[in-house]
Design a protein around this ligand. Structure first.
Ligand SMILES: [Zn+2]
Length: 621
């Protein structure tokens, strides 16, 4: 219900007139799965301890209902099938009630590969690649992820593009002292970002460049932002900040013989990075001094606060460069060329990457041929954390993987030493924050000038405790858990075996949940310029509190779609099953629901909800 009212509010704010895409996160590229996996293991541990966590928050469930964990919001989990069924109910209820006349809605569920944001990019870019006639209209991307800004900047779309950043979570906790620590301020209102406004700003910075140069500058900005800040797919370079990189970029662009753009897009959509242009920029930032670079890298490695670094092998600059090309290709085209690309190493130093680029080929293409996405069941098995929280969120057929004799039991084995060292590190961190705050308050009382980091003996002692805790943890990880590549093939085999073994009266339910991939569907209410179409069966209410849909209302048409960009395939035309005429898909606003990750939907009455999910689920491809 909360999700429905949130969606109503977003639809009212974005006011789509022609088409709207609701895209849930489906199986993500392996690189992102591994990042999520590390994150979720932390969240799962905190849930196991009964402590609320920002990413794994849990609500007090109403009496008689199971607690809802954000861990269940994983492609391939029964709960995601429920969310998808609930969204279909929402779409049919609103369209049937005459809401949004003339609008077509597309629902791309968690069984359709790709992250929600990237699915939206695929829609934007598909219009572009389909030719100028298909790409009129204004587009609005709505989502809670600030990466959407970068994606919109890099994406090749025609027509004005806006991004509405809607994050129902507050930026941070209000208050840090006694009593105020657990209260959250209300969500921030959505912020609107305009690609045209970015172009105007870039035009001023580049001294009145033509539109094609502005589009190239946007892609280059996205590339530099990923390299400097990192994201869910790649760690950041060391020795590079975004402001420094951008200043160097503008200086180079203003030179008498400016270098070509960093990112090149061919007429067929192939994306490459100009190795020498990027090397030149990195050299300009780092001064091109390998000795200084090595010292900085050593210092960065020693002082790194990034938990992830403990689990990563050394940097591999050529592979990192390929990763940049792979990522930009996904941003520009909305298609993931290789779902199984992973860069596992630490972020290289900018000077090391520059050197590798000088020694390699002049242009960097995404490194691998197309490899298919992971089936949703494999995603669920890879992402859900050890112990009960993870096992309980898994489909029944897979729960045996968590038991001791399973061939992948090691993936779900916790480590008591890691847990206690993490607790110690978190405690030291908290103690340091308290010491800092006390020192600041004391300085203020004494009338001393404000200092961000006062250096009192207590603060220094707390800082030393934080360092000691981090070093103990790192030493343990290096000796007991050395880096190993994720055993994907072993996990895939174990999941396949578990599914084959599954039998009995409940098998059809899990079989539907675990079918390799789902379809997206398009819904509309026939009339006006929208043609009749295959009617959509009335979806069951996802919760007992919601009324069944009224069969006497005008029917809603539904059409299954072949997903754009599945498995790196070229953009596919929408299917017209049974030879029926397919309705036009005007290009307009796209709305991504905050549903999947952000809001906290009402907890389902599990068995009925899961049956509804199974029924509402389209057959596999
Ligand atoms: Zn351990």
């Amino acid at each position: 219900m909360l999700v429905f009212s949130r969606l109503d509010a977003l639809m009212a704010a974005a006011r789509p007139r022609a088409a709207c895409v609701l895209a849930l996160d489906g199986p993500a590229p392996l690189a992102k799965l591994l990042t999520q996996r590390r994150r979720r293991r932390r969240a799962g541990r905190k849930e196991g301890e009964g402590r609320p966590d920002r990413k794994g928050a849990r609500a007090a469930p109403p009496p008689g209902e199971p607690p809802l964990s954000s861990l269940a919001l994983t492609p391939g989990s029964p709960f995601m099938a429920f969310v998808e069924a609930a969204l279909e109910y929402y779409v049919c209820a609103r369209l049937g009630a005459g809401r949004w006349p003339g609008l077509q809605l597309e629902l791309s569920g968690a069984g359709v590969p790709g992250e929600g944001e990237v699915k939206l990019l695929a829609r934007l870019a598909a219009g572009h690649w389909a030719g100028p006639a298909a790409s009129a209209g204004t587009h609005c991307l709505v989502g809670g992820d600030s990466d959407l800004l970068l994606m919109a900047a890099a994406c090749r779309a025609d027509g004005p593009v806006f991004v509405m950043v809607d994050d129902p979570r507050p930026a941070r906790r209000s208050g840090s002292g006694r009593g105020g620590g657990d209260r959250y301020p209300p969500p921030t209102p959505p912020r609107l970002f305009s690609v045209a406004a970015l172009d105007a700003a870039l035009g001023r910075a580049l001294g009145g460049a033509p539109p094609a140069r502005l589009a190239a500058a946007r892609r280059d900005l996205a590339l530099l932002a990923v390299a400097a800040c990192g994201n869910d797919y790649l760690p950041p370079l060391t020795g590079l900040t975004l402001p420094a990189a951008w200043r160097a970029y503008l200086r180079a662009a203003a030179a008498e013989n400016p270098p070509p753009p960093l990112v090149a897009v061919a007429d067929d959509g192939a994306v490459t990075i100009d190795a020498y242009a990027l090397a030149g920029l990195l050299e300009a930032v780092t001064g091109g001094d390998p000795a200084a670079a090595a010292a900085a890298a050593a210092a960065a490695a020693a002082g790194s606060d990034d938990d992830d670094d403990d689990f990563r092998p050394p940097a591999d600059p050529p592979s990192y460069a390929g990763g940049l090309a792979w990522l930009l290709a996904a941003y520009v085209t909305g298609r993931c060329v290789d779902y199984r690309f992973v860069y596992d190493g630490r972020g290289p130093h900018a000077a090391d990457l520059a050197r590798a680029l000088r020694q390699g080929p002049p242009s960097i293409a995404p490194p691998h041929p197309a490899r298919p996405p992971l089936p949703p069941a494999v995603c669920a098995a890879a992402l859900l954390p050890p112990g009960e929280p993870g096992r309980d969120a898994a489909p029944r057929a897979l729960r045996g993987l968590w038991s001791e004799g399973s061939p992948v039991a090691d993936l779900y084995a916790g480590c008591a030493v890691c847990d206690s060292l993490s607790t110690r590190a978190a405690g030291a961190q908290r103690a340091m924050l308290v010491a800092l705050e006390t020192a600041r308050a004391a300085a203020k009382e004494a009338g001393a000038p404000a200092v961000a980091a006062p250096r009192t003996p207590k603060v220094e002692a707390a800082r030393a405790a934080v360092r000691a805790a981090a070093m103990a943890r790192r030493a343990h990880v290096r000796t007991v858990h050395p880096y190993e590549p994720f055993p994907l093939a072993r996990l895939e085999a174990a999941v396949a075996a578990a599914l084959a073994e599954e039998a009995g009266p409940d098998a059809p339910l899990d079989a539907a949940l675990l079918s390799p991939f789902g379809h997206a569907s398009r819904y509309w209410r026939p009339g006006g310029r929208l043609p009749p179409g295959p009617p959509c069966p009335l979806p069951a209410p996802p919760a007992a509190r919601l009324p069944p849909l009224d069969p006497s209302r005008p029917p809603v048409a539904r059409e299954r779609l072949l997903e754009v960009g599945v498995g790196g395939a070229p953009a596919a035309a929408p299917a017209a099953p049974g030879g029926r005429p397919k309705p036009p898909l005007p290009r307009a606003k796209k709305v991504r629901p905050p549903a999947a990750r952000r809001a906290r939907p009402a907890a389902p009455a599990a068995p009925a909800a899961m049956r509804a999910g199974a029924r509402g689920r389209p057959p596999g491809l």
